[in-house]
Write a protein that binds this ligand. Structure first.
Ligand code: SF4
Ligand code: SF4
Length: 372
């Protein structure tokens, strides 16, 4: 790892590989606009190169996602095996389209388990269910638990949906599997706010999840930015694996066809906006900006952190406040970074260096762009 990230004690612990933009579903509001007709997938040799470079930077976990990563079939198995052989933890994120019955799901997952897959995540909810019956997620979850794999299910949180966490967990077959406390301990089911497609009324999302001054205190820093780097099939590397990252040009770090992963990461670490998101999260940045400009609207509008992040980068009023006032926050941001990284003396030393570099980049990275 090069100097600045070492001084700041940050490193990309997770590599997220968006292996393909093709999917077996076409959910409304999909963050990458994936459909069965979308082209673009990583070649195996590209995947192996990304894993090798990430490992050299201290990455511990490789997440294979998409689109639908199981469409890569043997290449996915080979990539998992390659990462596993290098001591990396592996995870797949899938909609479970392939789990048409329990026996088939078990056979598929057993192959991946033998290749070195440690953990599997499933996505489901009312948008997914139009294309993938939730019973497939049940089949796949049961098979994963029976194979002793850690398993997480993300369910769209929508007030208009009959498919929720409680409904999923009450499925008779799954309840039977969960009678075993060891299997139960391997499963996490979470409801996650669904980011509606443009134009969908906000009320479609669970009200209690919507950000306001009453629940701001419960909002956390962004744990994805700088801790995760994501790569798309076109070789562009992103500073996080957020749901709106593809819509925020500043989070696109550049192409791995022209630069090394380490060089692109070093650029990200030198940008104070990214460090600010790392230590404070987008919701608090929005609230801070709104205290300086009462015309900034933020309460009752965003449920998911990545929606709030999109507003931080795209709302012209928020961008103006950041551009004009970010210097007031620099010392605090780097002090919080030093606390978070538990390395106060070294991080403080790194702060001075990185603050200078970060500040010089900030007017560029916060300037409104026509492309947004
Ligand atoms: S299953 Fe996931 S990747 Fe596929 S279309 Fe739906 S949200 Fe997008
Ligand atoms: S909040 Fe922003 S920086 Fe964090 S994951 Fe979401 S889009 Fe990325």
């Amino acid at each position: 790892m090069s100097k600045l990230s070492q001084e700041m004690r940050v490193q990309p612990l997770t590599l997220g590989l968006i292996t393909t933009l093709q999917c077996t579903a076409a959910c409304a509001g999909c963050c990458f606009g994936c459909t069965p007709r979308r082209a673009g997938r990583m070649k195996l040799d590209e995947i192996l190169r990304y894993i090798t470079e990430a490992k050299a930077m201290g990455t511990k976990v490789v997440v294979f996602s998409g689109g639908e990563c199981f469409l890569l079939r043997r290449d996915l198995e080979a990539a998992i095996s390659y990462a596993h052989a290098r001591g990396l933890m592996t995870r797949c994120v899938t909609n479970a389209y392939w789990a048409t019955d329990y026996a088939g799901a078990h056979a598929t997952l057993e192959r991946f388990r033998l290749a070195g897959l440690d953990e599997i995540n499933f996505s489901t909810g009312v948008s997914h269910a139009k294309y993938i019956p939730p019973t497939r997620v049940i089949n796949a979850t049961r098979a994963a638990l029976d194979l002793g794999m850690r398993c997480a299910v993300a369910v769209e949180m929508r007030s208009d949906s009959p498919l929720n966490k409680r409904r999923l967990l009450s499925h008779p077959r799954l309840r039977e599997t969960l009678q075993d406390p060891k299997k139960k301990a391997l499963l996490i089911v979470e409801e996650s706010p669904w980011i509606p497609a443009d134009g969908t009324p906000r009320r479609a999302t669970e009200r209690r999840a919507v950000l306001d001054s009453g629940n701001l205190v419960a909002r956390k820093r962004c744990e994805s930015i700088l801790g995760t780097v994501a790569v798309l099939p076109n070789a562009n590397m992103f500073a996080c694996c957020g749901l709106t990252a593809a819509k925020i040009p500043e989070l696109n770090l550049g192409s791995l066809r022209r630069h090394s992963m380490a060089d692109l990461y070093e650029d990200a670490v030198a940008d104070i906006m990214k460090v600010w998101l790392f230590v404070e999260g987008p919701e608090r940045i929005l609230a801070w900006a709104a205290r300086k400009d009462a015309a900034i609207r933020w309460e009752g509008m965003y449920a998911h952190s990545c929606e709030a992040c999109q507003a931080v980068y795209r709302d012209p009023r928020v961008r103006r406040i950041i551009r004009d006032h970010y210097e007031e926050r620099v010392a605090d941001v780097y002090f919080r970074l030093s606390l978070l990284t538990h390395q106060l003396p070294a991080a403080t030393k790194g702060c001075r260096t990185s603050a200078r570099r970060g500040l010089s980049r900030t007017p560029t990275s916060t300037r409104p762009r026509a492309t947004t």
